[in-house]
Design a protein around this ligand. Sequence first.
Ligand code: ZN
Length: 340
Amino acid sequence: MPLVPMRQVLDEAAKGGYGVGAFNVNNLEQIQAIMDAARATKSPVIIQASRGARKYANDIFLYHLMVAAAEIYPEIPVVLHLDHGNSPETCKSAIDMGFTSVMMDGSLMPDGKTPSTFEYNVKTTREVVEMAHAKGVTVEGEIGCLGGIEDGHGAGLDGLSHLTDPAQAEEFVKLTGVDALAIAIGTSHGAYKFTSKPTGETLKMDRLIEIHKRLPKTHLVMHGSSSVPKELQDIINQYGGKLKPTWGVPLEEIQKGIRNGVRKINVDTDSRLAITGAIRKVFMEKPEEFDPRSYLKPARDAMQQVVTARMTAFGQAGHASEYAALSLAEMTKRYASAKN
Ligand SMILES: [Zn+2]
């Protein structure tokens, strides 16, 4: 199956009432871990690369690894998505490369740090929607600012300082025509999301529910939604790591989100924790090893395990064979006819 437009995967998820994990990648092993998990659970999946990942791996490597994934796992609908594009130029370079979906994060200025104005956000996002939809490519926007910093991107604020205003979210979707909307409800990027198990005071699920009521047809996206399980933190610390105690987004809160319009759930930290724990374990237990495969294989297996668990919890498992991929050309026609 060729790489699939994200809009199709999210529309199908909305029909089926489930969520789809969007897992970040930087290299071969992470792509293999996700695709093996998708095959084992028969899941459609979104694979995303940040600007940092594109710089680390080189776009051409990343894109061809994804084409290889589509060839090796033909039964799995897989999306290649740009995470947190900081400008229309960055989004354009991803579209030109063959990404089937882009995020234009106009909630921040192009420096990826300074919160922008509503007008700037609407203008840049609208520009990307026009450019992307003309090529059948999906667009995710963001309104409100997420907490924390990921790959150098983020205002570095706590998750509660720029929450999404539901009325503004409604206006934003009307003015831009985005397919999917990332909202700020108290979550943060990175491992240190909450200093204790989140409550209604720190994770604003009520706000998400209100946004969904106003925008029942818009696919909502939860960023910073790793669960940061204690077991994975413990493995790292048991084998010489020094993580401070931290809490992520509990799976039951994500499932509540999925019942209320969340269709895309971004997960990066959990994969990083799984990989690092597995590598630390080999280094500590077998200091005589020096073949990278001796630690990269357990790392890949550990990531596959956590991704499999997420796919099952989000409900995407079992849905891979329900639809044939739409081409970008077909999506272009759909966008054009929806406009007229
Ligand atoms: Zn994000």
